[in-house]
Design a binder for this molecule. Structure first.
Ligand SMILES: [Zn+2]
Length: 241
């Protein structure tokens, strides 16, 4: 059975001048395998290296990387794992290589073309024991989810097919290319998983039709010394339950 080690919980939102792009990065472990799910945005690079180091790992220990979709805030650090096998949905790969989507990180695509790649097509295809592929389009035409049988139950690592707790509980999805398709993908996930790790929120448990966050989702923003924002140099953002 695989275990999921969440290196970073994503956090929702955008600023007046940028996407926050704070996305979830998870590490799947089995006895023999280490698979990273998404690689975060470029701003997460040093933090990702630190998180691996804190676990006694280097980038070379990660044998595979699954990319939920090819937006910049999920793939920017793919370059750290040149030796890994990259798992990507075929539909997403074809979309990113042909569509004019400014959120796809164009500069990373040539790199991914040079890496070892497995393109996934069918629901249920396993990338390691107990870890399978599920197509969940809407956010992008090829957005995909990984279903992981782990000690906490069947967990869907959904990328931006389900970005946060509100999308999971209401089915109303922001930033989607097709709202109806997104809604169907959410229903598809709910039918097979009892827990969701979204692209921009902490782990969420599905219980009796309710969406229950597993703990707080907090981000602390630190400002340079001498800078004060509302009298504080550190501001904590916490999602209300
Ligand atoms: Zn996205």
């Amino acid at each position: 059975m695989a275990t999921i080690d969440v290196l970073f919980h994503g956090f929702p939102g955008k600023a007046s001048n940028t996407f926050l792009g704070w996305s979830t990065i998870a590490l799947l472990k089995t006895e023999k395998r280490l698979c990273l799910v998404d690689t975060g945005g470029h701003g997460a690079r040093l933090w990702l290296l630190e998180a691996l180091k804190a676990r006694g790992l280097g980038c070379g220990d990660v044998d595979s990387v699954f990319l939920t979709h090819l937006h910049f805030d999920h793939i920017a650090n793919a370059s750290l794992f040149p030796g890994a096998m990259f798992y990507i949905g075929r539909n997403e790969w074809e979309y990113a290589n042909t569509a004019d989507d400014p959120v796809v990180q164009e500069g990373v695509l040539p790199l991914l073309r040079s890496f070892r790649r497995t393109l996934l097509e069918k629901d249920g295809e396993e990338i390691m024991p107990g870890v399978s592929f599920l197509q969940t389009p809407g956010h992008t035409p090829g957005s995909a989810t990984l279903l992981v049988d782990c000690p906490e139950g069947r967990t869907a690592i959904s990328g931006d097919a389900i970005k946060n707790r509100v999308e999971l509980s209401t089915g109303n999805v922001g930033m989607t290319q097709a709202a109806e398709v997104s809604l169907k993908s959410i229903e598809k996930v709910k039918a097979v998983a009892n827990r969701v790790l979204p692209g921009h929120d902490c782990a969420l448990r599905l219980e009796g039709g309710q969406v229950l966050p597993e703990g707080d989702n907090v981000v602390a923003i630190t400002f340079p010394e001498g800078i004060s924002i509302g009298g504080q140099s550190v501001i904590k953002l916490r999602i209300d339950r």
